[in-house]
Design a protein around this ligand. Structure first.
Ligand SMILES: Nc1nc2c(ncn2[C@@H]2O[C@H](COP(=O)(O)OP(=O)(O)O)[C@@H](O)[C@H]2O)c(=O)[nH]1
Ligand SMILES: [Mg+2]
Length: 265
């Protein structure tokens, strides 16, 4: 709790058995009310480790994708009564020690969302980010800033926080089940006039922390360009992409398959 706001950390997991415990152990538990993990039908021991760590765990009955995984995470967090939700990858790429800093930026109602940026400062390449990812991140960020009129240092980090208001009001059900979900969500936040704050965050690249290959990165990059173009069109009154009027908010009645539900005493 912070300023009477319930803080929930969500972890969209896929084959995270080697890094989950290390990530979890660095979460400052006194401050976080609940940790929820959604296992997207991993083929390793992710859910068993989550259970041993007493994390509220939900399992998908098939591999649904990174975006679909986040949708399940946000549904579960809203059902758990979260006021502030921090999304953290369980691949130990980002330091969980910054959770209190991120949460406090929203707990006192200065921001509606916060991203932990690898591009503020110069730690991305030092942390081992591949050069092609660094260059494309910079290019896509500039392109997106121009088309949205914003000035974020990046749009692609896996460490973010959102207020309940954002999760309840954005048409997230309409967003992709794949990796572009992340970018669509940020674009929707800006499109709807919510405020995004940033903090700097170190990043670590090692084999388990980065599985997206070159081809999937290219697909993601093209989809980012498309998302930004649709944003500009929608601002000009031409409904396009996820900004259309038929967007659906998260369907909270959808079944969640709890593998290990935390029981509050
Ligand atoms: N749900 C789901 N998540 C995935 C899949 N592949 C990767 N992820 C997760 O997506 C996140 C980002 O992927 P990652 O390989 O770490 O990307 P990078 O760090 O940006 O290079 C990680 O938390 C992965 O566990 C998948 O097929 N399904
Ligand atoms: Mg990663």
């Amino acid at each position: 709790m912070l300023n009477n706001k319930k803080i929930v950390v969500i972890m969209p997991a896929y084959n995270a058995e080697k890094t989950l415990e290390k990530t979890y152990n660095e979460i400052y538990q006194n401050f976080v009310d609940e940790v929820i993990l959604v296992d997207d039908f991993s083929n390793d021991g992710t859910k068993e480790i989550a259970k041993r760590l007493n994390i509220t765990t939900i399992v998908h009955d098939k591999n649904k994708g990174y975006g679909a995984n986040q949708k399940s995470c946000y549904r579960a967090a809203l059902k758990a009564g979260a006021d502030i939700v921090i999304m953290l990858h369980p691949d130990y790429q980002y330091t969980p020690k910054l959770i209190p800093a991120i949460a406090s930026m929203m707990a006192f109602e200065e921001y509606d969302a916060v991203i932990a940026s690898r591009m503020l400062g110069n730690s991305a390449l030092r942390g081992g980010m591949p050069l092609y990812k660094f260059v494309s991140n910079r290019f896509l960020t500039e392109f997106q800033n121009i088309l949205t009129g914003e000035k974020l240092s990046e749009y692609h980090t896996g460490f973010r926080g959102f207020t309940r208001k954002i999760l309840e009001n954005l048409p997230l059900e309409t967003c992709s089940d794949d990796f572009i979900f992340d970018n669509q969500m940020l674009a929707l936040i800006l499109f709807n006039g919510f405020k995004i704050g940033e903090i700097s965050c170190p990043t670590k690249y090692f084999p388990e922390a980065s599985s997206i290959n070159f081809v999937r990165s290219c697909k993601y990059g093209l989809e980012v360009l498309y998302t930004s173009l649709c944003y500009r069109l929608a601002k000009m009154g031409i409904k396009a992409g996820v900004y259309g009027s038929k967007g659906k908010i998260l369907d909270l009645d959808k079944e969640l398959n709890y593998y290990n539900k935390r029981v509050d005493t």
